[in-house]
Every structure is written in C-alpha cells, then in structure tokens.
Design a protein around this ligand. Structure first.
Ligand code: FE2
Length: 280
C-alpha cells in the first residue's frame, strides 16, 4: 500500500510502500505523479535499485533525459554506466574525480536553468554518503511566490532574468574568469504548466541579472528575492540515507548542498526527465 506523508508544510513528501526494483502499476504511478506535482519533492526511502530500474523510475515522470558525459572526469568510470545515468561524486581514481560536482557546498539553483528548456525533474539515488554533511536542501518556489507582498508581485510582473553557468562551479564567482558555459533568460515568475501555479524562478548560483534594468536595481531586486526564497519556512533539509531516491520538480523548486568532509566518500547516481516546453 502506497503511503504519502508530507515532510514539511511547504515542500516534500515521503512515499512509502513502493518498491522501485519491481514494476509499478499504472494506478500507483499516477499517485506518484500526483504527489510529485503537489509536493514538488518526493522521497522514496529504502530502495535497492539498478541503473536500469532508476531509469525506469525516471520514466514514471516523463521522457528520460540524455545526459552530457563529462570528459574532464574519469572517463573509465562511466564505461559501466548506461546512457542517461550520471555520477555525482567526490571519489577519485588516480587523483581524478569519477563524478561531477565533487566537492563541498553548493549554492541554491535550478538544474540547467541556463538552457532554453531546463529539465523537468531530477532523480538522485544515494549509494555512498559521508558521516556528516552533504545534505540537500530543497526550497519551494511556490511558497516563495505566494508569500510575496502584492507590491512585489506587481513589480516582478513581466520581468525576465538572465541565467548563466560556469561548468563545474558550485559557487558564484569561483570560475576564475572563464566564460560562461551557457546562458539563457526566463521569466522571474514561472507558471508550472502542469499545475497552473506560479513560483519564483531565480537562484543565487546561476541568476546573473534582470533584463532591461541597470545593474544596481537588478542586484537590489535579486538580493531581496534570493534571501526571501531561501527562508527556512520554505525549505526541506534532506539528510541522506543510503537507498534514498529523491525526485524533485525542477520547475518550482530549487536545491542546495551543504559542505561535507573532503576525506569521506560521497556517491549518488543522477537521472533527469525532459520538460516539454520552455518556462513561461
Ligand atoms: Fe543541482
């Protein structure tokens, strides 16, 4: 029996009673999709799944994404993985990380917001975790928008923000002057076309400026919005347990990672789900 329990008032639900190593009935898949749309983040604890089973779980939510395989990391480590699976890891072989985004803290962001059609969802499956830290925090873009004063809602109407990404960077400004890997503009307030709900769609890691405003005004607005979005009241702080599979709706939530000891191993497998249209 599937059981869905909210994790906080603002965001997240735990789904018990589903074994993702087995085929999932259409009716249970629908309950999972409904929970995903309602809570933006769903946690399936206690899973023991293969790569193929993780990819099958991704297809519950839509079309499986095709991931870019990072060349700068240990290519041999990727040989054993099917297309569509990526590693997030600090484990090193011959001194080279086997996975992407290996070390330390990561600021709040929406995955691939620098692309024209960012991913609809991301699935992260925990295989090795450090004894402390490396938590993933999820913030509700819906709660952030809903709680804005009306004056701010009016001020943001029609504004678009420009987002950029420096490949492999987990902190804004640590790119040492290298050009951005990708850049794109999207509405500051995004409507999730599947729920019709509005969410704030800017983040501290990747949002650079608001189009058509001078830098001072743009910075003032963005600084206010970043601080507003990241309030504890809108955030679910996930401490990983091995076997957790977490799926997040990347259109109406953003996520961050806390620091963890460099000497401890961390390995998660990542898959994505494609969206069907650009943000609006
Ligand atoms: Fe991410």
């Amino acid at each position: 029996m599937i059981q869905i329990t909210p994790l906080t008032d603002a965001i997240g639900a735990c789904i018990d009673g589903v074994d993702l190593s087995q085929p999932v009935s259409e009716s249970v898949q629908q309950q999972i999709r409904d929970a995903f749309l309602e809570h933006a983040v769903v946690l399936f604890p206690g899973q023991a799944i293969s790569h193929e089973q993780q990819l099958a779980a991704a297809r519950i939510f839509g079309e499986q994404g095709q991931l870019h395989r990072p060349r700068e990391f240990q290519p041999k480590a990727y040989d054993a993985l099917p297309p569509g699976i990526m590693m997030i890891s600090n484990i090193r072989e011959d001194g080279v990380p086997i996975g992407s985004l290996p070390d330390g803290e990561m600021m709040f962001h929406h995955d691939m917001i620098h692309r024209e059609i960012p991913d609809k969802a991301t699935l992260l499956y925990a295989v090795e975790i450090p004894s402390v830290g490396g938590d993933t925090w999820f913030a509700s873009g819906y709660a952030a928008y809903d709680t804005l004063p009306d004056t701010w809602k009016t001020r943001l109407k029609g504004l678009r923000a420009n987002h950029l990404y420096h490949y492999g960077s987990t902190k804004k400004g640590d790119d040492k002057g290298t050009p951005a890997f990708g850049t794109c503009s999207h509405p500051v307030v995004r409507t999730n076309h599947e729920t019709g709900r509005k969410s704030l769609y800017v983040n501290r890691l990747m949002t650079d400026h608001i189009e058509g405003l001078d830098r001072t005004e743009s910075d003032e607005i963005l600084q206010f919005l970043f601080d507003h979005c990241e309030q504890d009241a809108f955030v679910y702080k996930h401490q990983w347990t091995i076997g957790d599979l977490v799926v997040w709706d990347n259109r109406c939530s953003m996520h961050a990672r806390t620091d963890f000891p460099a000497g401890e191993r961390r390995l998660l497998f990542r898959t994505t789900v494609l969206d069907t249209q650009p943000p609006m």
